[in-house]
Design a binder for this molecule. Structure first.
Ligand code: GYE
Length: 328
């Protein structure tokens, strides 16, 4: 009898130990809705999310929305039905998320946002956002430009008294577009040199190389001899625009100063070839921070509502030296 009890007690103990271990070691399932593959930056971001999920031992359900908000909403709804532990997503545009996030909240599934910001009626609809600080990036673009124009004594090509800027904007309604646009124009307005600058044209190129090229072609058609500066809201659009500038018989980075955002390998190559002037870094390697934050949320720890990743500025003069150490 005694022996039976002892065996029972021991095996019960083992069961409890095993089950509490399995609670601790339970693999987390996270659903992640990515925007698509519009740029070199996005591809690096996706690769990093997948690698970081592996490193964290996460069961990742990854969904590519192919540039459509409705696909993201569908993916999130599927994650809810699958009862994932947490939902992550990159909001392609800032608005239009209230309803689906309410569904997630009702299902008690926490939501963690990556890279782009969103605007919701109730901030408790998502736990936190980690990633990009687009507004600061826009400010850095103007600050770099203002100093460059001064240091290099850049003069308007048409002999007038204004440095004419054209802007290739990102996806309409995306926080990366409004943030960078507002940051740039605020820094311009606050500059003592503000009267020197004129924004000649500003149009979306949807963060893609192809559209960047097309829109730059149209800018050049109407203002070939007036454009002094191109601010492209991402490197891919700048790379497309460089082709349009060369096709128009102008010299990129000389006739037209080119500054963009991201810091992908493609723009470093262009800078090394003397075809672009500077890039403001936007770091796509956000996966580790994302899963670390997700794990904290699922353990019930509190996390800051917004965390930004570290980002630098790289003028062309540094490109050759920095290039070998670039990870994306
Ligand atoms: O700059 C661009 C991408 O949201 C910060 O999206 C991101 C932007 C990035 O397609 O290249």
């Amino acid at each position: 009898m005694k022996l039976v009890k002892a065996v029972l007690a021991a095996s019960l103990g083992a069961v409890i130990a095993a089950s509490s271990m399995s609670v601790q070691a339970k693999q987390l399932t996270i659903g992640f809705s990515q925007i698509g593959a519009e740029s070199e930056w996005r591809t690096a971001n996706t690769n990093d999310v997948k690698a970081a999920a592996k490193a964290h031992g996460i069961n990742l359900k990854f969904s590519d929305a192919q540039q459509k908000q409705e696909n993201q909403i569908k993916a999130i709804r599927t994650f809810i039905a699958q009862k994932v532990d947490l939902i992550g997503f990159v909001p392609i545009v800032a608005t239009g998320w209230d309803n689906i996030l309410r569904e997630a909240k009702r299902a008690k599934i926490p939501v963690l946002v990556m890279d782009r910001d969103l605007t919701v009626s109730d901030p408790s609809l998502y736990v936190a956002k980690i990633g990009t600080d687009s507004y600061t990036e826009g400010r850095k673009v103007f600050d770099w430009l203002d100093k460059y124009v001064h240091d290099k004594n850049i003069k308007p090509r048409n002999g007038g008294d204004k440095i004419n800027i054209v802007i290739l904007e990102g996806t309409v309604g995306a926080s990366a577009t409004t943030g960078r646009g507002n940051g740039f124009s605020d820094a311009l307005k606050e500059s003592p040199n503000k009267d020197l600058y004129n924004v000649l044209a500003s149009q979306t190129g949807d963060f893609t190389r192809q559209k960047g090229q097309e829109v730059m072609e149209s800018f050049l058609k109407s203002n070939r001899n007036d454009i002094d500066v191109l601010f492209a809201m991402n490197d891919d659009m700048a790379l497309g625009a460089i082709q349009a500038i060369e096709a128009a018989g102008l010299v990129p980075a000389k006739d037209i100063t080119i500054v963009s955002v991201d810091g992908v390998k493609g723009i470093f190559q262009a800078m090394i070839e003397g075809k672009a002037n500077a890039t403001v870094e936007c770091n796509p390697l956000q996966g580790d921070l994302f899963f670390t934050t997700a794990e904290k949320i699922l353990k019930g720890e509190s996390v800051p509502k917004s965390v930004f990743v570290e980002e630098g500025v790289y003028p062309a003069e540094t490109a050759k030296e920095v290039f070998p150490s670039r990870k994306y």
